[in-house]
Ligand binder design. Structure first.
Ligand SMILES: Nc1ncnc2c1ncn2[C@@H]1O[C@H](COP(=O)(O)OP(=O)(O)OP(=O)(O)O)[C@@H](O)[C@H]1O
Length: 537
């Protein structure tokens, strides 16, 4: 469980209610949002109930072996900081454009092809050089294998880097590189002559905070010898009492950051000029976190830049976001463009919970999957599946809010480095985690809100743990009752998706079909009408 919220007594389900935050979100009159002529309008295709999870996202690391840094780019400090960032769990560096190989399937679509397709969210007409980034950052991007920006990076960066700084609300599909966009903004804006905190990122979970910090360290590799320091403000990795936090970039969970600023007085925020909220809709919505984010913001100097990113911004949250980031430039998506086309969505129809479990075991017996995540509703379900799959000989790990920080790190590291191929988790890891080897996401339980309504956002974030940056992925949802069936169908209808049914009476057919699906997943033509259809700014 993240440090933000009290332990839920029942399912680790949605708890946040937009209204509760709206009620409490009051800003001084001069910071009220005014209509922004440069902002596009958000056009929801449908009205829906929404809420998000009690706990959310994370960090990662691929199981791929660490590749060595090309000689030409290895110089002193850079080398060691790369190593350090690796163990901190950032995205596998140098794996950016090059790592589209899914060895167990015959997939031949290249990232370059995707980036040349105007309908793809990875498409861009510019290069990183044209975005006027400092030389050290261009070198960092090159080492990471980022050859071309994605659409969100191309659009967001000029808006973020403009002076005087302006607020930004940025939305793009899962796995399209939002992290790099806001990390590059911070790395471009910091003054390396002082170690005073200057940029603050708030993320909903320790795993995601650590992942973001890892990305900043890797991307900023060539700034380390100029003084770059990135600090992770998550429980159990804090400096001793009385010692001031140092580092130009601070990434943490809101409760811990609040505690460091106000109670422990170890984090001096007088020099903060950029506040970024990742998974911003989640951060603004959750009762505890929304309140904490607001309180943190109130403690910052008045003229800081506010940057909000997420793959989802339900219309109601977008209104609050406008209050939190006054006069923000907005890059938003229409609901029909939210799903990642490379993720094939399927479902299995079972008659009972027992049949669901049997189908799961059968499924894992059949398929060779690099890495997969099984999302469940409750902690006890996670524990039970872990016990039974381990008994069947599968290498599984289970991460729920029941674990303490250090245990969470240990379990997640086992998954990231490939020691465990299957991660069983609740919504705690639904958002943000970036493990490139994940080719399959299983919704063992369909995501629902506390009042048992389909949870659209959580579904989208969960399935977005696969299909990262043009990779192939599949999402398989289990239904075992009329309610879960209705929920899944409502979610799919909402996103304009027709899920493929897998027939459990013919497993040979299921196997063949899955292999075919995985092979062709990246060839599915996006439905957007043109380059502007997928993203308006
Ligand atoms: N320009 C780029 N070229 C190649 N790879 C990239 C580029 N930008 C990002 N990536 C890679 O894409 C993956 C997804 O990026 P990231 O985690 O930032 O996605 P995201 O949009 O924040 O997703 P989510 O909504 O799930 O949080 C990462 O593995 C990252 O290294």
């Amino acid at each position: 469980m993240s440090d933000q919220k009290p332990t839920p007594s029942g399912p680790e389900a949605s708890t946040g209610l937009a209204k509760s935050f709206a009620d409490r979100l009051t800003f001084p009159a001069d910071t009220k949002a005014k209509p922004n002529p440069t902002a596009s309008t958000f056009t929801p295709a449908a009205k829906f109930d929404w809420a998000d999870e009690a706990e959310t996202p994370t960090e990662e690391k691929s199981k791929e072996p660490t590749r060595s840094l090309p000689r030409a780019q290895t110089d002193g400090a850079a080398d060691s900081s790369l190593e350090m960032a690796q163990t901190d769990g950032a995205t596998t560096w140098m794996n950016g454009s090059a790592g589209l190989d899914e060895p167990e399937f015959d997939v031949n679509v290249k990232l370059a092809d995707l980036q040349d397709d105007p309908n793809n969210p990875l498409y861009s007409v510019k290069s990183f050089e044209e975005l006027k980034l400092r030389e050290e950052l261009l070198r960092g991007l090159s080492v990471m294998g980022f050859h071309k920006p994605s659409k969100i990076q191309e659009r967001a960066l000029p808006l973020l880097l403009k002076n005087p700084p302006q607020n930004l609300i940025g939305q793009s599909q899962s796995g399209t590189g939002k992290t790099a966009a806001f990390v590059l903004n911070m790395l471009s804006r910091i003054d390396l002559n002082t170690k005073q905190p200057q940029c603050l990122v708030l993320a909903p979970t320790r795993e995601l905070a650590k992942q973001i910090a890892g990305v900043a360290k890797i991307m900023g590799t060539f700034l380390v010898d100029k003084g770059l320091e990135v600090f992770e403000a998550v429980p159990q990795s804090l400096p001793p009492r009385g010692v001031q936090v140092q580092g130009q970039i601070i990434v943490g969970t809101p409760g811990t950051v609040m505690d460091l600023i106000q109670r422990k007085r170890q984090l001096n925020v007088r020099g903060i000029k950029v506040l970024t909220l990742d998974e911003a809709d989640n951060m603004l919505d959750l009762q505890g976190m929304g309140d904490q984010c607001k309180r943190v913001k109130m403690l910052l100097p008045k003229d800081h830049q506010v940057v909000l990113f997420s793959a989802t911004f339900p219309p109601m949250v977008l209104d609050f976001a406008g209050l939190f980031a006054p006069n923000a430039n907005q890059i938003t998506l229409e609901v029909e463009n939210l799903t990642v086309k490379g993720i094939k969505q399927m479902y299995l129809d079972c008659n009972s919970d027992q049949e669901k479990y049997e189908a799961l075991v059968k499924f894992y017996g059949l398929m060779t999957i690099a890495s997969s995540i099984i999302f469940v509703h409750r902690r006890d379900t996670a524990a039970e599946i872990e016990r039974r799959m381990t008994a069947e000989g599968h290498k599984v790990a289970s991460l729920t809010g029941a674990l303490e920080g250090a245990q969470r790190d240990e379990v997640f590291a086992r998954f990231r480095n490939g020691d465990a191929k299957v991660l069983i988790t609740t919504n705690v890891l639904a958002r943000g985690i970036d493990v490139q080897t994940v080719t399959m996401v299983i919704n063992y339980d369909i995501p629902e809100t506390v009042d048992h309504q389909p949870d659209y956002e959580t579904y989208l974030h969960r399935i977005g743990r696969t299909g990262r940056f043009g990779r192939t992925g599949a999402a398989l949802s289990f239904v075992s009752s009329k309610r879960s069936w209705d929920q899944l169908m409502t979610i799919c209808k909402h996103f304009g998706v027709e899920p493929t049914k897998l027939d459990t009476s013919d497993w040979d057919h299921v196997e063949k079909m899955l292999k075919g699906i995985m092979k062709n997943a990246r060839n599915v033509v996006p439905q957007a009408a043109g380059p502007e259809a997928a993203m308006d700014d």
